[in-house]
Design a protein around this ligand. Structure first.
Ligand SMILES: [Zn+2]
Length: 474
């Protein structure tokens, strides 16, 4: 494999930025050189990438995706091949996807099925969390087996969706107790699904079937309540690490901040859709267009008693929110989202997003919401540490995997115009958004996968990453 020198750029890490050159030998970073030092040492590279005026950052780590997720009669439209390619286009070099156990299914079979979907198909590296959709004695045994033998060290539970993935409080407590023995992180979809289902039925009975009622039937109070309950259960189980996924609401953020202040091991992520999209501008679009923005938890209103979006940005600055992921779960508008044309509860939940995460959160830097360093921390370094992949992933340092993005802050791009994206959907949730800055070059373990607006990656280059325990606690 090639020796590559990335020269004249500014390396950005959570602790600062500095002008240095990166020397890559094969799949890993060999050395960081002072500008000009490589030449004086007689270092010869097969390829030189000139990063003058550009940032050199660790490849993005998106720890929440759903490739090929079955949902009723349909499936999320990105395969591991199309989804990992789209991720690479957007400067993501590692995804952590959610392997699935449904009611009546075995966890080990669920994980095996996910390996089968991904193996040989990804252009970037990938790892798995395990969804536990049926918690009983055998699931708990399997959970510990996965931690000890399979490199799966985090498990997602649902307080929502009583008809499918839901776990009751007793089941959640039992999984948390098991995690307190095996060291796993419990990831929680925190919405009170029982109460939400009542509200959904009441809206439908009144003939309120439009996409906007998806959000109205899932009030932010019920996200806050479930977040509180999850925190209490994790405390009862012995302060097990709890990671609240896709946070959308101020009430939930306040619960997390309070728990952190009390010294509990509670972490949280949010997603770009909750930072930018609104009920008024997006979910309320006429002619059923609002269905394009249906996901859970829902896109919130600008006019709630809390200003969720500014609170979420504040949470990201203050590290109350440690990570930005995408919850990438793409469905097409035609024939998929339209299944809910007369009943919002039948609209498949999920948005395409993996391709636009780095640029949308960089927009927070442009808007003055985050520092450049914090952008790298929330999108690259912390997700790698949170889920046991650091320092192979998430940092530019000798010995790390050569997963690198060269970012050009002087270019502009517009998302999704004329179908210009690489995710396998017929629309973009961020269509028309102008981004100040652009992915320039992307390397995955030393292989150039995006360069000169061309995809140069290879199906099957991406390898499975066996993860360690959460590196904030172990
Ligand atoms: Zn999800």
């Amino acid at each position: 494999m090639a020796r590559i020198l990335i020269t004249n750029g500014t390396i950005v890490s959570p602790s600062g930025r500095y002008a240095s050159d990166v020397f890559i030998d094969g799949e890993t970073i060999q050395a960081i050189f002072q500008p000009g030092q490589a030449a004086s040492l007689g270092i010869v590279a097969d390829k030189v990438i000139d990063a003058t005026g550009k940032y050199v950052i660790p490849g993005g780590v998106d720890v929440h995706t759903h490739m090929e997720l079955p949902m009723g009669p349909i499936e999320a439209t990105d395969t591991f091949e199309t989804g990992s390619n789209a991720a690479a286009w957007g400067g993501i070099t590692t995804i952590v996807d959610m392997a699935l156990q449904r009611k009546g299914e075995n966890i080990q079979d669920g994980l095996a099925a996910w390996h089968q979907k991904a193996a040989g198909n990804c252009s970037i590296d990938y790892a798995f969390h395990q969804i536990m959709g049926d918690i009983h004695e055998q699931s708990l045994k399997d959970m510990t087996y996965l931690v000890e033998h399979e490199g799966v060290t985090s498990f997602k539970l649902f307080m929502a969706y009583p008809d499918t993935y839901y776990s009751d409080d007793g089941q959640i407590l039992r999984a948390m107790q098991e995690a307190s023995n095996n060291g796993a992180v419990i990831m929680m979809h925190a919405e009170n699904g029982m109460a939400i289902d009542v509200l959904v039925q009441q809206h439908l009975a009144r003939g309120e079937t439009d996409p906007v009622f998806h959000s109205i039937s899932r009030p932010s109070l019920l996200e806050g309540e479930a977040t509180h309950r999850a925190i209490v259960l994790s405390q009862v189980a012995g302060n097990v690490p709890l990671y609240i996924v896709h946070m959308s609401a101020s009430e939930a953020l306040n619960e997390v901040a309070r728990a952190q202040h009390e010294g509990l091991n509670v972490f949280a992520e949010t997603c770009p859709q909750y930072l930018y999209l609104t009920l008024e501008e997006h979910l309320s679009q006429p002619d059923f267009e609002g269905a394009k923005f249906v996901c859970s938890p829902p896109i919130r209103s600008r006019h709630d008693h809390h200003h969720h979006q500014s609170d979420l940005w504040k949470g990201l600055r203050m590290n109350e929110l440690a990570v930005v992921s995408t919850d990438h779960c793409p469905f097409c508008f035609k024939d998929q989202k339209t299944l809910g044309r007369n009943d919002f509860s039948k609209i498949p939940n999920g948005l395409p997003g993996v391709e636009h995460r780095m640029e949308l959160i960089y927009q927070g830097v442009v808007l003055g919401e985050l520092s450049l360093e914090r952008w790298v921390e929330t999108c690259c370094t912390t997700p790698a540490r949170m889920f046991g992949m650091y320092p192979k992933k998430g940092i530019i340092a000798p010995g790390a995997d050569a997963d690198i993005v060269v970012w050009d802050p002087h270019q502009k791009t517009t998302i999704g115009i004329n179908g210009k994206h690489h995710m396998n959907t017929d629309y973009s949730a961020f269509e028309g958004t102008v981004i100040d800055g652009k992915v320039d070059t992307v390397l995955s373990r030393g292989m150039v996968v995006v360069e000169n607006d061309t995809f140069t990656g290879r199906k099957g280059h991406g390898k499975y990453v066996k993860r360690d325990l959460c590196q904030y606690l172990h």
